[in-house]
Design a protein around this ligand. Structure first.
Ligand code: HEM
Length: 226
């Protein structure tokens, strides 16, 4: 069964007359596993990074527990990103339509959605965020392993220790920047987006306004099959 298809007919209270499935249950569960474990790593990681933020570590159980769980739950976050990649890879490839949308991004900033070129399931910004998290997670994993087993890195190769710290912090800060924008866009900016990642569905009007090509695909029943 395709993840992107019309799941139910007319519903009361919905001006467009029907609802469209945007996220399957598996997509939503995986998204929230990734979100939860990312936040845990973010809070504990910031606490390890600066004494000014250590109070956050105290809130989630204290230093020793955080030092134990941070790398393991980081692995769960990485696994969730890999699963996300398997689910959404094809939807996240940047297309010529995304380039046209990006060229007209001023309309997006001014909330003139009707003047934007039509796009598929995700917009250019969502795709950039996805790839930022994907490559960020890979760098966090590799550099995190360097920090996990730091004592196994011989002193003669100590540049690897310095490199691990630098890459881990840089990748963490880059993903935190993306994450803040993602949460802001998903909860405060784009109405209807947050309920879609909770309940899995959006109104046809929402799909038509924000993701017209995807909407037409869903209508024709060809979404996820191209
Ligand atoms: C915990 C806080 C989070 C909130 C409130 C949140 C919110 C949302 C919302 C509302 C959507 C649906 C947007 C739409 O379909 O228009 C979404 C999708 C998505 N989320 Fe999250 N998210 C969170 C954490 C994360 C994390 C940590 C990742 C990193 C892997 C992530 C990756 C994605 C991706 C790749 C999508 C699909 C494309 C996009 O909308 O950007 N989310 N999220």
């Amino acid at each position: 069964m395709s993840v992107s298809q019309v799941v139910s007919p007319v519903r009361t209270g919905d001006a467009s007359g029907d609802r469209i499935q945007r996220y399957s249950l598996g997509e939503r569960v995986n998204h929230w596993i990734g979100g939860l474990f990312y936040i845990y790593c973010l809070v504990t990681g910031l606490g390890f990074w600066s004494p000014y933020m250590f109070w956050m570590v105290v809130l989630v159980g204290g230093g020793p527990a955080a030092r134990f769980w941070h790398p393991w739950l980081g692995l769960v976050f990485f696994a969730s990103v890999c699963w996300m990649c398997k689910l959404w890879f094809r939807d996240m490839v940047i297309t010529p339509e995304d380039r046209a949308w990006h060229a007209a991004i001023d309309h997006y900033i001014r909330n003139e959605d009707e003047d934007l070129p039509p796009i598929w399931r995700f917009n250019w910004g969502q795709k950039i965020f996805f790839w930022l998290m994907f490559y960020g997670a890979i760098l966090l994993l590799i550099s995190g392993c360097g920090l996990w087993w730091v004592e196994s890195i011989p002193w003669s190769l100590r540049w690897l220790r310095y490199l691990s710290v630098t890459v881990h912090v840089t990748a963490a800060l880059a993903t935190i920047g993306g994450f803040i924008i993602h949460v802001y866009m998903g909860t405060a900016m784009v109405r209807g987006g947050f309920t879609s990642i909770i309940r899995g569905e959006v109104s046809a009007a929402w799909a038509k306004t924000h993701h017209r090509l995807w909407y037409e695909q869903v209508r024709k029943g060809t979404a996820g099959r191209e």
